[in-house]
Design a protein around this ligand. Structure first.
Ligand SMILES: [Zn+2]
Length: 319
């Protein structure tokens, strides 16, 4: 127990140091609700701060560009028939991208907009880009129709399974990743450019946010392994920095290590809820080994508890 208190104390201390301003509601919470303040203040710097906040349009090679908008990132492919954009994300980001496209490619239209998966934080604002074609996985409308999906520009073409898109002389391989992060998820491999773009699967030296929402871990891990089998150099994820294939390998290793530790913790302490102080014991089994390897990655302290809970619950329930 003492071990747990020390470890938790260290995390909370970091949380308080990195924490930013309280919201009005948080200022009014009682002392016993301090945990709410701590959690919100801890999580916030994951998404904002130097090197994250702001925008940047960059050329990656002769064909592919990347646009960084706060913690989001997408890619633009320049083809003979026009531009291809993967994921508009939201109206603000799409409008900011439109300005960059007008500056770098005056008069060039967006030939095709592709949605990597149905999630609303990747599929809104497409109208800002006035694309001639919009491509999505065929199951996307099932999910959109169940929620308020205003702002999602309707696709003109639906695809399923692996699909090769040849647009204006550029080969774009849309790789269907099965039930992994939704069952509408594609990654994109540009063999000529030796580049892979992924949405919500893989980051560069950053831990995942909130255990990766909407993740089916067995499928997600299989998807990572499939992507790693591809021979490529440049890795562009949909959040934070871009990097190399090795960054994706490192990320897969981190996710597998965390999962394995969670599995061992459950074998040792039982599934959640069968006895007292389990979260503390899980914490003790995961924190030190994970910190030793990944403590310097972006968001380690901010997301540690949320990722721990996700891995332990997922490992217990089989998802
Ligand atoms: Zn997503």
């Amino acid at each position: 127990m003492k071990k747990v208190s020390i470890a938790l104390g260290a995390v909370l201390a970091v949380a308080l140091v990195v924490g930013c301003s309280n919201t009005t509601v948080l200022k009014t919470v009682t002392k016993s609700e301090t945990v709410l303040k701590t959690v919100t203040k801890t999580v916030e710097p994951y998404f904002h701060g130097p090197g994250i906040t702001g925008t940047k349009f960059e050329k990656l090679n002769e064909t592919v560009y990347t646009f960084h908008w706060n913690w989001y990132r997408n890619i633009v492919i320049a083809t003979n028939e026009g531009l291809v954009v993967i994921d508009p994300m939201n109206a603000e980001m799409a409008a900011a991208l439109r300005q960059e496209l007008d500056r770098v490619f005056p008069g060039k239209k967006v030939h095709t907009l592709i949605y990597s998966h149905y999630h609303l934080d990747h599929t809104k604002g497409g109208a800002e880009l006035s694309p001639e074609n919009v491509i999505a996985h065929k199951k996307s409308p099932v999910y959109w129709n169940a929620v308020d999906h205003g702002g999602v520009l309707e696709p003109t073409r639906y695809i399923e399974g692996d699909t090769v898109l040849n647009i204006g002389g550029v080969e774009i391989q849309a790789l269907y990743l099965g039930l992994s992060h939704t069952d509408t998820l594609y990654a994109f491999h540009l063999p000529q450019e030796r580049l892979v773009f992924t949405a919500d699967i893989g980051l560069v030296k950053a831990v995942p946010p909130v255990g990766v929402p909407d993740r089916y871990a067995p499928g997600y891990h299989a998807a990572m392994n499939r992507l790693i089998e591809i021979d490529f150099d440049t890795f562009v994820p949909s959040h934070f920095e871009y990097g190399t294939k090795q960054d994706l390998v490192d990320w897969r290793d981190m996710m597998e290590y965390s999962r394995r530790l969670a599995s061992e913790a459950i074998k040792n302490q039982g599934t959640p809820g069968v006895k007292g102080n389990q979260i503390g014991e899980y914490f003790d089994m995961l924190y030190k080994p994970m910190k030793e390897k990944y403590g310097h990655w972006h968001g380690f302290n901010q997301m540690f508890i949320l990722n721990l809970v996700r891995d332990v619950v997922g490992e217990s329930l089989g998802y």
